[in-house]
Design a binder for this molecule. Structure first.
Ligand code: GDP
Length: 297
């Protein structure tokens, strides 16, 4: 399960302090030291940890805790709130254009789960919000990716727009938007090309697609299992494309949790959804508060 090591360590640390009738500054220092180590071990970005621990310490040795009747419980509350805030506080919604279709552009490295997530998101929009999306295949470099999206569309019984591998992505999008209007699709989900690494050509192409698509959302799909790399990837994509949100995939695996805890702080962009498996219904809105509770027990 995701976060197992981190959750175990933090819960052990917390047990030591919850029952205490009185909490000293030394107790707080000891606790924050252990929280710090646990977070670093979970591959959370160093600077993120430093800032977070600073905030926890300041609040934990402040009045709010020290003058409380249950200081042990209060300290935990502080840690939980800070972890939740770190991941972005309130859960975020998907934008809706007042002039349909609403366009969502999916971007990310190859293998991150972009095509699968495009299918999952389409399924989510239909099931939870009664929408009728059009899926658009823009990965012209990998015929297999187009085929994969078409297969997902068939499974979902949803239309997939593709023009093969010889037409430029920006042009495909232009045509897809016409098609969506003609067929009254209220969402257009664009599955773009990914590479194994970020390169200028890819970014240039994605910027061209963005120009034409004028998306309400640009969702960056990143693999939670890749830890710090996921955070670096998110930073670069965000710099080039100004994404609106992140979808963190493979949170059902045994990720240490570093990406989930660092991405919002490093990029300023919220994690909007979590991929929890390979199936088409394995996509959940990301709730920072619930995630913090899960980690702290
Ligand atoms: P793309 O290259 O970014 O389009 O990646 P794909 O959508 O092809 O996904 C790559 C692999 O990751 C596939 O085997 C997917 O089934 C798998 N995958 C995607 N999302 C998740 C997830 O949330 N959990 C798990 N366990 N596997 C996932």
């Amino acid at each position: 399960m995701a976060f197992e090591g981190l959750a175990d360590r933090l819960q052990n640390t917390i047990k030591k302090i919850t029952g205490k009738g009185k909490v000293s500054e030394a107790d707080v220092k000891e606790m924050t030291r252990e929280v710090r180590l646990a977070l670093l071990e979970a591959d959370v970005n160093f600077k993120v940890v430093k800032d977070l621990i600073g905030r926890i310490k300041e609040r934990a040795i402040g009045q709010e805790v020290m003058e409380s009747l249950t200081p042990g419980q209060q300290v935990i509350k502080v840690v939980k709130e800070e972890l939740s805030d770190l991941m972005g506080g309130e859960q975020s919604k998907i934008a809706v254009s007042d002039r349909p279709p609403t366009v969502i552009m999916m971007v990310g490295l190859q293998g991150a789960g972009k095509t699968t997530t495009t299918g999952k998101l389409a399924n989510y929009l239909r099931k939870k919000q009664n929408r009728s999306p059009l899926l658009v295949a823009c990965d012209i470099y990998r015929p297999a990716a187009i085929k994969q999206l078409e297969t997902l569309g068939a499974q979902l019984d949803m239309p997939v727009f593709s023009m093969g591998t010889d037409v430029k992505p920006a042009e495909i999008v232009q045509e897809a938007l016409k098609e969506a209007k003609a067929n009254h699709n209220d969402y257009v989900l664009i599955d773009t090309a990914g590479r194994l690494h970020i390169d200028e050509e890819l970014m240039g192409e994605l910027q061209e697609v963005r120009e034409v698509a004028k998306p309400e959302e640009i969702f960056l799909v990143v693999d939670a299992m890749t830890g710090q790399d996921a955070v670096n990837v998110a930073e670069s994509f965000n710099e080039q494309l100004d994404v609106t949100g992140v979808v963190l995939t493979k949170l059902d695996g045994d990720t240490r949790g570093g990406a989930a805890l660092s991405i919002k702080a490093v990029t300023g962009k919220p994690i909007k959804f979590a991929g929890m498996g390979e199936k088409l219904d394995a996509l959940e809105p990301f709730h920072p508060e619930r995630m913090a509770s899960r980690i702290l027990g």
